[in-house]
Design a protein around this ligand. Sequence first.
Ligand code: SF4
Ligand code: SF4
Length: 302
Amino acid sequence: MINELVIVSGKGGTGKTSLTAAFSALAKGTVLCDADVDAADMHLLMQPKICQTTDFMGGGQACVDPQVCTQCGTCRDVCRFGAIDETFTVQPILCEGCGVCVDMCPEKAIGFEPQKCGEWYLSDCKYGPMVHARLGIAEENSGKLVSLVRKEARNLAEQKGYGLILTDGPPGIGCPVIASLSGATALLIVVEPTVSGIHDMLRVAELASHFKLPGMLCINKFDLNPEMSDKIADIGQKHNMPVVGRIPFDSSFVQAMVAGQNIFEYQPESQLSKTIQKIWTQIIGSPAMNSMGVLDLQSTIR
Ligand code: SF4
Ligand code: SF4
């Protein structure tokens, strides 16, 4: 049985990736999965050696064949995105790939080839195998790519006999986040003690409850607003999401990232490192991670 912990946040910049990288230094027998494909940055901390690169093919894009087109105008009439100009040429930047024009063209003059939207990678990094991806600039389908990297991480875990996948999820609550939660074992929401932090956390918590996914909270920079942090803990309790850790504001997180290191490489003896170590132990021993009753605590700590 393979467990997957997905680390998410209602918005970017909460320390989610730094925390995931730190956990990966503590966890053994783990596949690391960077599912934040729109703004992948885990590789900056992991310096992965890419072993395999595969194109990510997204949805189709319309392309009119002028040799067959009779310029009847139907495609321009049905395209809700104004993507076909007066010369019956599809503007790639405007085409949403809905395929309506392809179906409606009486001459079958419109092709619909899948487009390369990015790449995904199987890599080796300092703490084990890693699956990550890069979505092309302004490309869509990040939810599909998230599902793909998670599936490949699971395949890899099966092949290597690993029991845990650590997934750095996308921020927000959109399609990529939904794609990162389905089928996971548990999620950890990293939240900051602000009004918007609570708002974002609640939106992710709603999603988690939709997927019946056990959740935990980690409050980053809790000391910037202790009252608000207590409020987050109260809200978490109501949603059955315990706080597994409170991390004080510490610029070392950012300094470590600038140095391309996780906190255990950057400052192994620091209080921050000790705090994160305790949080990891809490997570691994939590009912959320053990809801499937298969996680062996000792085998999961490096
Ligand atoms: S619907 Fe087909 S035939 Fe008509 S203008 Fe568009 S591409 Fe040409
Ligand atoms: S695929 Fe959809 S968005 Fe693209 S040109 Fe055809 S109708 Fe317009």
